[in-house]
Write a protein that binds this ligand. Structure first.
Ligand code: PEP
Length: 250
């Protein structure tokens, strides 16, 4: 059985006080299910979030990290720093890191390598732009993103990878891939992973969908065979909506 996961990417939202409020709201209404629940608050709030959720089933992830261990990298955070406060999961390759902060596949590959070498778990994001879908190159684009970053992984590395397919045209736009479009791509991704690693890895890896997931569309998406949960942006900022999406993954 593949692990179902619903992860909330809070991006650059919520002050410390608002972070505490949202975590408290989540904790008071959350009932443990088989779905793993992860939240990714802003860096400055990670320590406090981890402290509040220490004995909870809700896990905390970072939204990004640098590939170096220490040094003159103003504004950056290392894997070791995250681990020193008990964070062992990191989102890498998010389209906003690619498009706004100009992270290339090469940079993302270095970050993924560093995180896996530290035995951290990576939620690796990728997905095509609107023009790429329109020109029918989306399968090619996604295959290339997977190969550029994940081609040299060992069996142990794969155990620490979660994939998040996020078509860029669906992120924060209110436009969602239909369950059929998402399933078609997730099947393609699973097939690519079986070629890059093994059938066993491909059948057990969790592949999340991200892009304007809401309580109203989550059931349709999560009921598809190769969709193992979601990476949620906007709707993860409200406890009720996020928990409704968690329920939809059951
Ligand atoms: C995201 O940023 O990963 C995301 C999926 O955002 P939204 O749910 O707001 O589209």
């Amino acid at each position: 059985m593949r692990q179902k996961i619903v992860a909330g990417n809070w991006k650059m939202n919520k002050t410390l006080q608002e972070t505490e409020e949202l975590i408290n709201a989540l904790q008071s209404d959350y009932t443990t299910t088989n779905t793993e629940v992860i939240i990714a608050p802003a860096y400055v709030n990670l320590y406090r979030s981890q402290e509040l959720l220490n004995s909870s089933k809700i896990n905390v992830s970072a939204q990004n990290m640098h590939f170096e261990t220490t040094g003159a990298f103003t504004g950056e955070i290392s894997a070791e720093m995250l681990q020193s406060i008990g964070i062992d999961t990191v989102i890498l390759g998010h389209s906003e890191r690619r498009d706004v902060f100009l992270e290339t596949d090469e940079i993302i590959a270095k970050k993924v390598r560093k995180a896996l070498d530290q035995q951290m778990r990576v939620i690796f994001c990728f997905g095509e732009q609107l023009e790429e879908r329109k020109s029918n190159t989306h399968f090619e684009v996604v295959s290339s993103q997977l190969k550029s970053v994940l081609s040299d992984l060992s069996e142990t590395d794969w155990n620490n990878v979660v994939l998040a397919y996020e078509p860029v045209w669906a992120i924060g736009t209110g436009e969602t891939a239909s369950p059929e479009q998402a399933q078609e791509m997730h099947k393609h991704i699973r097939n690519e992973i079986s070629v890059m690693s093994s059938e066993a890895v491909a059948s057990q890896i969790s592949i999340l969908y991200g892009g304007s997931v809401k309580p109203a569309n989550a059931v349709g998406l999560f009921s598809k065979e190769d969709i193992d949960g979601g990476l949620i942006g906007g709707a993860s900022l409200k406890a009720d909506d996020f928990l409704a999406i968690v329920d939809a993954a059951e």
